[in-house]
Design a protein around this ligand. Structure first.
Ligand code: SAM
Ligand code: SF4
Length: 327
């Protein structure tokens, strides 16, 4: 067993986000260009067995939390089966999923039974017309998915809302009420300059979450709170029990406590969302690398992890879309 994965800045990596596809059945304008179809070819997707091996290597090195993401993970066929295989790996004690919930009504029960405990669901608007403008999808399908998730017993269910000036910032209070009604946790996210879609969304619609927090504080009593050591800063609203998180990668980055790395669908290990540093694991897997060799490669890769992202540096171009790196 390894002694834990530590990077050059002393940060311990305990969390791996696994992108199981770069495809998506929605088109959130800040994430993917509408006509985008430059996807990875299936031959280059890690197979379930390869994904299991990589996750096993990370688990042997002390990683205990896995999040399945994408693209939209539910468009990958057989996702509940993969989830079951990953949940069974010794050392993995937290398996979660990020989804747009568009197909969740179909898969919620199977995923819960496979061992996925926690769910993050993207939801940027509660208005059908506006939801359609932002995502090109149908709100009713997502709502059906969310209710199926509630029924299946995922806990917590976190709603992720990318807050954009002039697009949905007037829905912040409605979203609070919606989450209070259903017992969901709510997290607000700032737009990030990922790919040219994220860059232009940020330029046109960026709003600092400090502004949103100030607006909420006028209406509610926000009490500082803690939740599962992630990237968000949490508050509870009075004595309601509703937790609200603020994810502020741009206005207040949290790189100093970053505990995560990302695996792309093609087996590329990305060390930071905001930089190009990466290591291609697929060729090594397909060339028959041993478990020890794989673990040693991962350990060495960690030394490439940069100190912090460069989202505020306009000269730095991050060409990948969020859907490619695994959001
Ligand atoms: N399809 C799934 C979903 O939407 O939850 C999982 C992948 S998605 C890339 C993960 C998260 O990234 C979503 O909450 C989405 O809103 C967020 N995201 C995508 N592009 C973004 C951007 N430019 N800025 C901020 N958040 C972004
Ligand atoms: Fe798809 Fe998620 Fe990107 Fe929206 S944010 S386009 S749902 S991957």
């Amino acid at each position: 067993m390894g002694k834990g994965l530590v990077d050059a800045f002393g940060r311990t990596i305990s969390y791996l986000r696994v992108s199981v596809t770069d495809r998506c059945d929605l088109r959130c304008f800040y994430c993917m260009p509408e006509a985008f179809n430059d996807y990875e070819v299936p031959d280059n997707w890690l197979t379930f067995a390869e994904t299991e091996r990589v996750v096993g290597a990370f688990a042997a090195l002390g990683v205990n939390r896995i999040r399945l993401t994408g693209g939209e993970p539910l468009v990958r066929h057989g996702l509940p089966a993969l989830a079951g295989r990953l949940a069974a790996i010794p050392g993995i004690d937290d398996l979660s999923l990020s989804t747009n919930a568009n197909r969740l009504a179909r898969d919620a029960q199977a995923l819960r039974q496979a061992g996925v405990r926690r769910l993050n669901v993207s939801l940027d608007s509660l208005q059908p017309r506006r939801f359609q403008l932002i995502t090109k999808g149908k709100l009713e399908k997502v709502m059906a998915g969310l209710m199926a998730a509630k029924e299946a017993g995922f806990a917590p269910i976190k709603i992720n809302m990318v807050v954009m000036q002039g697009i949905n910032d007037d829905e912040v209070l409605d979203m609070v009420e919606f989450c209070l009604t259903h017992g969901f946790t709510l997290r607000f996210i700032e737009t990030m300059p990922m790919g040219h879609t994220g860059r232009s969304a940020r330029d046109a619609h960026y709003i600092s979450l400090q502004t949103i927090k100030a607006r909420l504080a006028e209406r509610y009593n926000l009490l500082p709170s803690i939740m599962d050591g992630g990237a968000a800063q949490y508050f509870t609203i009075g004595d309601t029990g509703l937790r609200i998180g603020f994810i502020t990668p741009v206005s207040q980055h949290f790189c100093a406590t970053c505990n995560r790395v990302r695996l792309g669908v093609d087996g590329t290990l990305y060390l930071c969302l905001g930089h190009k540093h990466s290591v291609a694991l697929r060729p090594l897997l397909r060339a028959g690398i041993s478990d020890e060799g794989l673990q040693s490669t991962i350990r060495k890769a960690l030394w490439l992890k940069p100190r912090e992202h460069a989202f505020n540096d306009r000269n730095t171009q991050v060409l990948r879309f969020m859907s490619m790196t695994g959001g």
